[in-house]
Design a protein around this ligand. Structure first.
Ligand code: GTP
Ligand code: MG
Length: 549
């Protein structure tokens, strides 16, 4: 059973988000409110990391007086904001104004002991609140009015919505969910800091690239660059301090050793870390675990700067035009609905590859909606220069220096054209290359070749089999056909027949022909309900959703 996490109260944030909602639309042509902050990725990451360091996670009793709770915590220092959510129980995320407050709170708590078990006294920022006075007057914390939509409501929304933005709005990560992701990384960083005091645990992937859907996994990596660079900063004084370090034969072995120890540490001492698996022989070694309180499935790697840079590039593409994220969400949901993508690694297309395909397609429009990576490199200044492990990862980081697109095509048209474009793409001959924004001859015989934008000799979709690619092509053609029919035969709202994205999410057309119209409607509603349920789930059955804006 998936736990459903609901945001129960967040007065401060509600006000903040409403203000954001009131901002004028970012794109007049598409009519979509562009909520993406136009901040640099690094600024956003640093700010959120700093916020997370001032934040604690508290497991609360089921019934609690919000006012008394806040009053109690305020004695340790002023609170900047807080929210409650439900996972396996009720939790509070409390952000203090100052980091020092956390020390006071920790000093005022004790390690519980029971007759049957012994607690390992690990000092963390994850607390358990037990109320002494069980008889005092308590109530459920105030529920936010903005509860997640039921599947039925969502189905109706998708059926009759005039725009493809609905999926994006319903499934994108909320402010609270994002905060919880940064907090989880920060809690893991505390553990890793026991071994590497200057380490940083950074989130990357869909948690930060603005393409994440509620329930997506939490990719994080241990950044030891600060530790590595320390000696570089210290060469100016009279003392030359040289650390004695152990040497191992390769970077890969170093990574495996570090992750092995961290995996053990999370398993034995990590509050709320369960199901720890050390997957050290993978191409990219990792430790996978569930963070129970947040409900996130976490993948911890190390030395993954290029992946962080890929996330930054996607963040920039997502922020450049309001149609990008809506189109990526639609394509991701479409692919998930047709089992083109899966939570299990295998020969299928990944969300990362699909996102690259959408970016490439948008670079190919006339006029282009997105610039090529090479042109982003041309716009870069000295500050943007970046070489990681010999790979040139330079591109402009300042969003205001990139000219907006002149293209005014609607999202609906773009989705149809996306299916047509890839339904007819010469995958047997050509590769997809977002650096140059044009097809190139495939350098090898992989069925699908998408050039890794930074490690340019690699194919990010090397895993995709011919049959999975064929399935993608067949479904793309069918979807293009369905959307074409709708152009000529769009059912009226009163006909109660699914259209648009909903019709694309249903099983393929031949299956539908065998149903009478009445049966088909009932079937469609059931299928879409199940589908929406599955879209909400993440890679494992751990489902986290904080709602409320
Ligand atoms: P979700 O499916 O929502 O988790 O999307 P995601 O973008 O987070 O993908 P995933 O968790 O599979 O991978 C996390 C990040 O690792 C991606 O965003 C990429 O930056 C990077 N990544 C994943 N797969 C590849 C790959 O095959 N090659 C390279 N170079 N990077 C990859
Ligand atoms: Mg991910």
């Amino acid at each position: 059973q998936r736990p459903i996490v609901r945001l129960l109260s967040c007065p401060g944030t509600v006000a903040k988000d409403l203000r954001r909602d009131e901002q004028p639309s970012g794109s007049v042509e598409t009519g979509f409110e562009d909520k993406i902050p136009k901040r640099r990725f690094s600024e956003m990451q640093n700010e959120r990391r700093e916020q997370a360091q001032r934040t604690v996670l508290i497991h609360c009793p089921e019934k609690i007086s919000e006012n008394k709770f806040l009053k109690y915590l305020s004695q340790f220092g002023p609170i900047n904001n807080h929210f409650f959510y439900e996972s396996f129980g009720l939790y509070a995320v409390v952000e203090f104004c100052q980091k020092e407050s956390i020390g006071s709170l920790q000093n005022g708590t004790h390690t519980p002991s029971t007759a049957m078990e012994t607690a390992i006294p690990f000092r963390s920022r994850f607390f358990n609140l037990k109320l002494k006075n069980q008889t005092s007057e308590r109530s459920r914390v105030r529920s936010s009015n903005q509860l997640p939509r039921s599947n039925k409501q969502l189905f109706e929304l998708l059926c009759y919505a005039e725009s493809l933005n609905t999926l994006l709005k319903e499934f994108q990560l909320t402010e609270e969910n994002t905060k919880l992701r940064y907090l989880t990384c920060s809690l893991i960083e505390d553990m890793a800091a026991a071994y590497f005091p200057d380490c940083i645990v950074r989130p990357f992937g869909s948690s930060v690239n603005t393409f994440g859907k509620l329930g997506c996994d939490l990719d994080m990596f241990l950044d030891l660059d600060e530790t590595r660079n320390l000696s570089a900063h210290k060469i100016s004084g009279n003392f030359l301090m040289e650390f004695q370090v152990k040497n191992v034969p390769s970077e890969r072995i170093a990574t495996q050793k570090i992750l092995s120890v961290l995996g053990e540490c999370l398993d034995h001492f990590g509050p709320g870390c369960v199901g720890v698996q050390k997957i050290l022989n993978a191409r990219c070694p990792l430790v996978r675990f569930s963070h129970q309180a947040s409900g996130f499935q976490c993948d911890l790697t190390t030395n993954n700067r290029i992946a962080l840079t890929s996330s930054e590039l996607l963040y920039i593409y997502g922020a450049l035009d309001s149609r990008v994220r809506a189109l990526v969400f639609s394509v991701r949901c479409w692919a998930r609905a047709h089992s083109l993508t899966s939570s299990i690694p295998g020969a299928w297309i990944t969300n990362f590859s699909l996102t690259m395909m959408v970016i490439f397609f948008l670079q190919r429009r006339s006029p282009p909606i997105l610039p090529t990576l090479d042109s982003l490199k041309t716009l870069a200044d000295a500050e943007d220069k970046c070489v990681i492990e010999g790979n040139n990862c330079t591109f402009v980081r300042d969003l205001s220096r990139i000219k907006p697109s002149q293209n005014t095509e609607t999202l609906e048209l773009l989705l149809k054209e996306f299916f047509e474009y890839f339904g007819n793409f010469a995958f047997d001959k050509n590769s997809i290359n977002i650096r140059q924004g044009r097809e190139q001859n495939k350098p090898d015989s992989s069925p699908l070749y998408i050039q890794n934008p930074f490690e340019t000799s690699l194919n990010i979709s090397k895993n995709v089999s011919q049959s999975q690619l064929q399935k993608f092509v067949d479904l793309a053609r069918e979807s293009a056909w369905i959307l074409q029919q709708e152009d000529t035969d769009r059912p009226s709202i009163s006909s109660n027949r699914p259209w648009g994205l909903v019709s694309l999410l249903l099983p393929s057309a031949p299956n539908r022909k065998s149903f009478t119209k009445k049966k088909s409607n009932k079937f469609a509603i059931e299928t879409v309900k199940n589908l929406l349920e599955s879209l909400k789930g993440n890679r494992t059955e751990n489902f986290t959703k904080t709602s409320g804006k």
